[in-house]
Write a protein that binds this ligand. Structure first.
Ligand SMILES: C[S@@+](CC[C@H](N)C(=O)[O-])C[C@H]1O[C@@H](n2cnc3c(N)ncnc32)[C@H](O)[C@@H]1O
Length: 842
């Protein structure tokens, strides 16, 4: 079928992505060269590296940082005898990795191409280490994730490698594979997601993990049906969210909602806060939910990012202890909000791409402390056994202002607004009788923290009770730390929580005060501001890390932010689509409408109810009644006359949207739904009875229900269409196709590839293997409405299939006969090509 994942990703932002700083390093071996376009590589690099380059200064990057080495040596992050190896790997460029998108229609073809073509041909070409340079990641299910370690030099060396490089580039651009750091693929695998789950990805941009979550949600759904779950992908950064929106477009999903909130304040959408009798409202509206609770929460928080040193070596220069210390509070707040949004029985994964215990084990321990028996840190040592990981630490220290601190009692009073008891292994606060409550030291702060969550009483201790060498009492060895030298990858930290029951204090406080700052949070934020003024400032902007400073800056800019996502009508104008329609009246109208939405600068999501338009679409394409259209279409424009794009939403998304309306639009929705219909701009189109064409993203879902404007094309005509994009009826080979095509109404139509032995019967039977493309029936020709890149890819896939089928059918025969039959085939194709070109010239 047109195939989920066939729409081309717009990569404008990726093109502005982080330069591969290893490129500067003349002496290093840039073995990560194939990852140039790594979708995750998006951090701004305005600083030193850019300056150095602009001055033409290409000296190798410094991969030394004494503070970093001192810090991690003291933490015992690896055994002393491993230290040199650990550092050696951290200084090496990161091999690239990619995932075959399981939702791609060609997933199996791609896997077999890798296994049977590239792995074999590369093995023949290379020996020794190079032979291992392309291999599946053993721990990833179904051989769908791959490690590739060829240097740029190697990629130019042989034809096989050049072909492999071309394959990777095209597959990535089309959306058949996703380039993603190997360790970054791990957290979603531990989340145990099912298609019926409501999943929240709290800090989701640029979206590589969201993409994985969506793939799992869609894993088992049959052609033309949608899963009952959904993914809410949230990120505070609007620009990074736009990357996510483009990235996930390739999924062609109606089960995704993208929001822009500070994750620590993610709205709970509680109906009971707005209505005295929420159950009446709920049953009256047919809602199945009265609050946003999730079965799964992914909490991939902003972090210092030192696990990405191999990919982003500029971190060597920037790293300082303040980065981790300054993020601890925010990470904790986000994780606690995640727990409170989790259903009883639900699972949350907390992850960072940092190796720092203050961002990792300290946060995990504090969650357990605050939640008591309601939450359990799971032992997942039996899951993904092939993934090499190390147990979490139970002992660590805090470094602040050049001093090592083993316990909170060592923290000087003036540093207590910055260094919190939760950062230490015991998490113990100190009750010091010399401190009175009027003091802005820890007592006041901890009092304040208790406004949010009552810590267990044994959380405070007298000075004499606290050991110098603290060890956490929680089973933190259940956490996982992935280090680079174990399996030649980046570093990552993962902890998996199970929520047994709600923790009433946490839940209530978070729910009630979702939009406001607590006094303690204000103190923490003041402390953060102070931290950022210190020598050891928070300055990371690495790809997978965003500092508190960024979040603050972004928060400030949100109010002035224009409609930025493509989903919003404002940016449609930017794209130059149908400009004439944006007359002064409409602009005025749109402004007014925007004002009506709760979120300034964000067009509200509106249920599309125009029956005349819906009926015209339904009857033009003969959409079967079993496909629910009414109540499932949304737009970002309430003026029906100027609606250009109509999106389709799943039942789960519909429920959330309705709840959101009832609770006063708490959710700031950047993008929602699957683009299904687009207003056609062609002159022919305006003369048809239906003014909307089916978008290529929407086609896979709608295809089984279309009974009109649909054609069945044999392989020769189908290939010609892909090759020449426009074919006159007279040039089509198949007489039946010519007859049927000329009888269609002018406008959008669908062309389905006729399988070898398929008989032409209507309605056309489709399944997950059906290949179809959107076309335009003009006065005398058929025009393809698929991007050139998609045509190229699809054509190559069809050629590949034909080759395989030919090879299989020719197997018992001798080699001479094989060659002959291929030659004839090729000659015929050339004849056909000439035929068409000649006729076009006529
Ligand atoms: C580690 S990255 C997430 C990577 C993402 N999960 C992925 O796999 O592509 C952290 C993200 O957190 C976002 N962020 C920072 N502060 C945040 C906050 N307070 N609330 C929500 N998102 C935040 C950043 O914009 C950044 O995109």
């Amino acid at each position: 079928m047109g195939g989920r994942g066939r729409s081309r990703t717009q990569r404008k932002h990726f093109k502005q992505s982080r330069d591969n700083v290893w490129k500067n390093d003349a002496k290093s071996d840039p073995s990560s060269a194939v990852a140039d376009a790594d979708a995750n590589a998006n951090a701004d690099k305005k600083t030193g590296d850019a300056e150095r380059r602009s001055k033409g200064n290409w000296e190798p990057l410094n991969t030394h940082n004494a503070a970093f080495e001192d810090y991690y040596k003291e933490q015992g992050i690896v055994a002393p005898e491993e230290w040199d190896k650990y550092m050696e790997f951290l200084r090496k460029p990161l091999p690239s990795a990619f995932r075959i998108n399981s939702s791609s229609q060609f997933c199996l073809d791609i896997r077999s191409q890798l296994e049977n073509d590239f792995v074999k041909s590369l093995q023949e070409e290379f020996t020794g280490d190079e032979a291992e340079a392309l291999r599946p990641l053993p721990w990833y299910p179904d051989t769908l994730a791959w490690h590739s370690n060829f240097s740029r030099k190697q990629l130019r060396k042989t034809q096989t490698l050049e072909r492999f490089h071309e394959f990777l580039k095209l597959a990535n651009e089309i959306g058949n594979i996703t380039r993603q750091e190997a360790v970054s693929m791990v957290p979603p695998l531990f989340l145990d997601v099912h298609p019926n789950h409501f999943v929240l990805d709290m800090c989701a941009a640029p979206g590589s993990k969201t993409f994985q979550l969506l793939e799992i949600i869609h894993r088992t759904n049959e052609t033309g049906s949608l899963p009952s779950g959904l993914v809410v992908a949230n990120d505070v950064d609007v620009q990074r969210s736009n990357l996510l929106i483009h990235q996930t477009k390739r999924m062609c999903t109606a089960n995704l909602m993208v929001t822009n909130h500070e994750a620590q304040d993610f709205p709970g959408c509680r109906l009971s806060k707005f209505h005295h009798n929420p159950s009446d409202i709920q049953s009256e509206k047919g809602l199945s939910i009265n609050q946003l609770y999730f079965d799964r929460v992914l909490c991939d928080v902003p972090c210092s990012g030192d696990g990405t040193l191999r990919k982003a070596p500029d971190i060597w220069r920037k790293w300082n202890v303040g980065m981790g210390n300054g993020l601890h509070c925010l990470q904790l707040k986000i994780a606690m909000r995640g727990i409170s949004l989790l259903k009883d029985g639900g699972r949350m994964v907390y992850s960072t791409c940092s190796m720092n215990p203050v961002e990792n084990e300290a946060v995990v321990a504090e969650i357990l402390r605050r939640c008591g028996d309601s939450v359990e840190l799971l032992d997942v040592s039996n899951e993904l056994p092939q993934l090499v990981r190390r147990p979490g630490l139970r002992k660590w220290k805090i470094r602040d202002k050049g001093v090592w601190l083993s316990s909170y009692k060592d923290v000087p009073k003036y540093r207590r607004p910055n260094v919190f008891s939760s950062m230490f292994p015991s998490g113990r606060n100190i009750v010091d009788s010399s401190e009175n409550s009027g003091d802005h030291g820890v007592a006041a702060q901890e009092d304040d923290k208790n406004v949010v969550v009552q810590p267990p009483t044994n959380d405070t201790a007298s000075l004499s009770e606290v050991n110098d060498d603290e060890i956490s009492s929680y089973p933190l060895e259940r956490c996982m730390r992935i280090v680079p030298h174990d399996q030649n990858c980046g570093a990552f930290f993962i902890a998996v929580f199970h929520k047994h029951s709600s923790c009433p204090d946490v839940q209530e406080k978070n729910g009630e005060n979702a939009q406001s700052l607590h006094k303690s949070e204000k103190i923490a934020e003041a402390a953060t501001e102070e931290t950022s003024n210190l020598d050891d400032t928070l300055e990371t902007k690495s790809c997978e890390a965003t500092s508190v400073d960024d979040a603050e800056m972004i928060r400030g800019s949100l109010d002035n932010e224009p409609s930025q996502t493509l989903e919003q009508d404002g940016s449609e104008d930017q794209q130059g689509l149908d400009k004439k329609e944006t007359d002064t009246k409409n602009v005025g109208m749109k402004r007014k409408l925007q004002m009506q939405g709760k979120w300034k600068g964000v067009d509200p999501v509106i249920l599309f109810k125009d029956e005349t338009i819906i009926n015209s679409i339904k009857s033009f394409y003969g959409i079967d009644d079993s496909f629910p259209l009414y109540g499932r279409l949304v737009t970002r424009n309430s003026d029906n006359d100027s609606v250009k794009r109509i999106y389709y939403i799943s039942k789960s998304v519909k429920d959330v949207l309705e709840l959101n309306l009832l609770v006063g639009q708490q959710l700031k929705i950047a993008s929602v739904g699957l683009k299904m219909f687009e207003r056609q701009t062609s002159k022919d189109g305006n003369s048809t009875e239906c003014r909307y064409r089916i978008s290529s993203e929407g086609l896979p879902l709608l295809l089984p229900y279309i009974t009109k404007q649909i054609l069945l094309a044999p392989i020769a005509d189908f290939k010609h269409l892909l090759q020449y994009k426009s074919i006159k009826f007279g040039d089509l080979v198949d007489a039946e196709l010519v007859e049927k095509a000329s009888k269609l109404d002018l406008g959008c139509c669908v062309v389905v590839l006729k399988e070898a032995n398929q008989v032409s019967s209507f309605p056309i039977k489709v399944d997950s293997s059906t290949i179809a493309i959107g076309c335009w029936r003009g006065r005398s020709n058929l025009n393809v409405m698929v991007t050139g890149l998609d045509c190229k890819d699809l054509l190559e896939r069809l050629e590949k299939r034909t080759e395989t089928e030919n090879a299989e059918s020719a197997e018992p025969q001798n080699g001479v006969a094989d060659g002959a039959s291929n030659l004839i085939d090729t000659d015929m194709k050339d004849d056909d090509k000439n035929d068409i070109v000649m006729k076009e010239e006529e």
